[in-house]
Design a protein around this ligand. Structure first.
Ligand code: FHN
Length: 435
């Protein structure tokens, strides 16, 4: 009964940003709820995940397996047929994301290998027709996301596709650098427009028609895609789902927001932006890669990004069986605990007017006309003082603690006197409000 209700809600487009055939929101307002969300999960999952980074004794592969291991298309297609992630559980993935405080999920619907991780009637090179799994994980995720009000978003490798014969890459001395030259060596003879008509447009239609509201079309590596071709895709997307957000990798000078890969901007940007980040050194699953970042550093990244008005898209590389690595689950759990206590310092906040502090960062929120500052302390000051120039707010409290903290205001700003020890082992937050 509940499933039918959700599917009806989906098909009648009752839900907000990214709904099929709803009232078209302005770019500003559809981005507003995305910016309020601040925190999302990136998922790199595909045939390559089964190898876990290893191929014939070499162990540094991941989502580029077909290219880095020089696997001919026939070999990779045969390998795809053995892909059977029996432990895949969409509700489990969505629950882990939600409990971590994430509001949206970007899953690789098609990465550079060109294999569709969804049911694609327009192209048989997909998980339902081309693998032993025969199920549609994107459909299962769309239902699970709707149940938990997590926005489903899809990643689509635009200018790289190692299954299609008409996808040239690279320029100058890099011609063909990211192409499948094993099966399609004649780079100069490739006609991208054929690929766009044959594969890209039909699959975009399928993704925006068969899976309910799609929050973001997260394109990647547009390579030879021209501005005209990119604009055509933008128009196609908006003709089906006007409120779907599109990142800036749909083509030159296009897109609703800027992606910053593996890098946090030094300061706030005029354009909305998002940092996408690995938890270790790989996007796709690599079992040998145990170089995971600490939960504390990931929380500090989230705060740092929010303090500059950006979104944080944190990646998970599930295994070939369809489960998240324990190292990822543990860190997401710790981040979730932190968000339960301090999420108000992230959701719906804007960039700090005070810039960076050596002890941490600040985010801002206006509620009922009153300005609230959230001071996130990364390094607990030895002198137990926080000095914030120009801030005149009078009322300070430690989130998640009943410990009293006092604040002294003079014409130069405020000094906050802290208790001896931080209240949170990851990041402690002081909420400073106007009386
Ligand atoms: O080549 C891809 C890579 O595999 C990964 O998907 C990242 C994610 O942003 N994008 C490309 C590298 O820029």
């Amino acid at each position: 009964m509940r499933k039918i209700l959700i599917l009806n809600l989906l098909s009648f487009g009752i839900l907000s940003w990214g709904v099929a055939q709803p009232k078209a929101l302005s770019t500003k307002s559809k981005l507003a709820s995305w910016e309020d969300a601040r925190f999302g999960m990136f998922i790199h999952w595909g045939i390559y995940s089964k190898a876990g980074g290893e191929w014939k004794g070499t162990i540094n592969h991941a989502e580029w397996l077909q290219l880095t291991a020089k696997i001919p298309l026939a070999g990779y297609t045969a390998y795809a047929k053995t892909f059977n992630p029996v432990k895949f559980n969409a509700d489990e993935w969505v629950r882990i994301a939600k409990d971590a405080g994430m509001k949206y999920m970007v899953i690789t619907a098609k990465h550079h290998d060109g294999f569709a991780m969804f049911n694609s009637p327009s192209n048989p090179y997909n998980i339902v027709q081309g693998s032993a799994f025969k199920r549609d994980p994107l459909k299962e995720l769309s239902v699970a996301c709707a149940k938990e009000d997590i926005k489903l978003c899809v990643y689509y490798s635009l200018g790289r596709d190692w299954q299609d014969p008409d996808v040239p890459t690279g320029k100058g001395d890099k011609i063909g650098w990211r192409s499948n030259l094993i099966d399609f060596p004649n780079e100069a003879g490739k006609d991208l427009s054929k690929y766009i008509e044959r594969k890209v447009k039909p699959q975009i239609r399928e993704l925006l028609t068969n899976y309910g509201p799609i929050g973001i079309l997260w394109f990647d590596t547009y390579e030879h895609i021209t501005k005209e071709q990119g604009q055509e895709l933008v128009d196609l997307i908006h003709s089906i789902q006007p409120n779907c957000i599109i990142n800036n990798r749909v083509g030159p000078d296009l897109g609703d927001y800027t992606v910053s890969e593996q890098k946090i901007l030094d300061s706030a940007d005029i354009k909305p932006w998002e940092t996408c980040y690995t938890m270790n050194n790989h996007w796709g699953y690599n079992k040998a890669d145990t170089n995971y970042k600490s939960a504390a550093s990931l929380v500090q990244n989230l705060v740092d990004i929010a303090s500059k008005g950006g979104n944080f898209l944190l990646n998970v590389g599930p295994t070939g069986e369809g489960v998240f690595p324990d190292q990822s689950i543990n860190r997401l759990k710790a981040i979730g605990e932190w968000m339960k206590m301090n999420g108000e310092a992230i959701y719906g906040t804007t960039a700090s007017p005070f810039g960076k502090f050596d002890w941490g960062r600040c985010t801002k929120k206006v509620e009922n006309g009153k300005t609230i500052y959230y001071l996130s302390v990364f390094k607990w000051p030895k002198d137990r003082k926080l000095i914030i120039p120009q801030m005149q707010n009078q009322n300070a409290k430690l989130l998640g603690s009943s410990e009293k903290i006092s604040i002294e205001i003079n014409q130069n700003g405020s000094t906050i006197f802290l208790p001896k020890n931080p209240v949170n082992e990851l990041v402690s937050v002081i909420k400073v409000q106007q009386e």
